[in-house]
Design a protein. Structure first.
Length: 347
């Protein structure tokens, strides 16, 4: 089992496998809108984290799916990361997860059964930590290893946290540090030491449970999680959905310490450049913002942190809630204001 490196069996890893935002928009532009379904509270219109369907006056069902190829070589850790990432979309809508279904694609003739079992065990351990069962799933024989979940959750219809409901004047709070994709690339190149690997595993396996608590705070106007499109891509979705402009201070961004040196060496997933190209002219950098910080903001995050748009008077309370939930890196990174849906990045 130890002779096979999972990351060598796939052409990409983690949320860096996602199709670039601009290409995805082209692919989906002919999809019909779901306006004929009045109980569908959240669909594809604003590229939100999950679908939300009203069941009754007290309950809405959250449904999402997420899967990808390995970002690490340890099978158990791969399973944990993939499951944590999938369940995060439930928390990003302000919901409580209730069950999951496994999505499994494995190269049966290449990967030992013991490795596949470890991947599934890793996913099951995270679901247990989230308090939900893996109630079924589907598996196929595929040329590259793929694992993820369909995750279902519940939320009160009035407490859904969309990515499009931010307001001018809101303060932006990011819950986890950036740099996951960069550390994954460094690991694949054999450059990541034990401390860096622990930083990678700690952040990618930390469940965003605080999202459930944030759903009860009316001062939290919008919520999303930062994954494959990077901070810039997912913040642009917030800006476009709310028709607002964002201002980010690069010096305030929480970063994984081990990722900084690699970013300065231009080590990172190909998704960084794809994400920057997709942002195009909608992201404007001050000339003093160095290239490595720009790359960190476009880095494809796997199982990244929650990004909250919060009324200014409630920032301290929301930060305290993040801290109490174990998100020590959570901090204010910028604000939203009236204007065209763009991002201005200063030092």
């Amino acid at each position: 089992m130890n002779d096979i490196r999972l990351t060598q069996l796939s052409h990409g890893g983690g949320c860096g496998c996602k199709i670039a935002p601009a290409m995805l928009a082209d692919i989906l532009k002919t999809m019909p809108q779901a306006a004929l379904f009045p109980n569908l509270l959240v669909g594809t219109e604003t590229a939100d984290d999950a679908a939300v369907y009203r069941l009754n006056d007290e309950q809405a069902l959250i449904a999402t799916t997420d899967f990808f190829m390995p970002i690490v070589d340890d099978p158990f850790d791969f399973g944990r990361i993939a499951a944590t990432n999938a369940i995060s979309d439930i928390y990003a809508m302000g919901g409580t997860p209730i069950l999951a279904l496994a999505i499994v694609g494995m190269p049966i003739n290449t990967l030992p059964i013991e490795s596949i079992q470890k991947i599934l065990e890793g996913g099951a351990s995270v679901c247990a930590a989230a308090g939900i069962p893996i109630a079924g799933g589907h598996s196929i024989d595929s040329p590259e290893p793929i694992y993820g979940l369909v995750a279902l959750g519940l939320v009160h219809p009035d407490k859904v946290k969309r990515n499009s409901s931010a307001q001018a004047g809101d303060v932006l709070i990011l819950g986890k540090p950036l740099g996951v994709g960069i550390l994954g690339s460094a690991m694949k190149k054999g450059l990541l030491d034990a401390d860096g690997y622990q930083q990678l595993i700690h952040t990618t396996t930390q469940l965003n449970k605080v999202g459930t608590e944030l759903s009860s705070l009316t001062e939290v106007h919008a919520l999303t999680d930062v994954t494959g499109f990077g901070l810039l891509g997912h913040l642009l979705e917030v800006c476009r959905g709310a028709q607002l402009s964002a201002r980010i201070e690069a010096s305030r961004l929480p970063l994984l310490p081990a990722a900084i040196g690699f970013a300065q060496q231009e080590i990172g997933p190909g998704a960084i450049n794809r994400n920057l190209v997709s942002c195009g002219g909608d992201v404007m950098f001050d000339t003093q913002v160095p290239d490595w910080q720009r790359r960190m903001m476009a880095d494809a995050q796997t199982s990244g942190g929650l990004l909250a748009a919060v009324a200014p008077e409630s920032v301290d309370a929301v930060l305290a809630l993040f801290q109490q939930s174990g998100f020590d890196a959570a901090c204010v990174i910028g604000r939203l204001e009236a204007g065209l849906p763009r991002i201005h990045v200063g030092v």
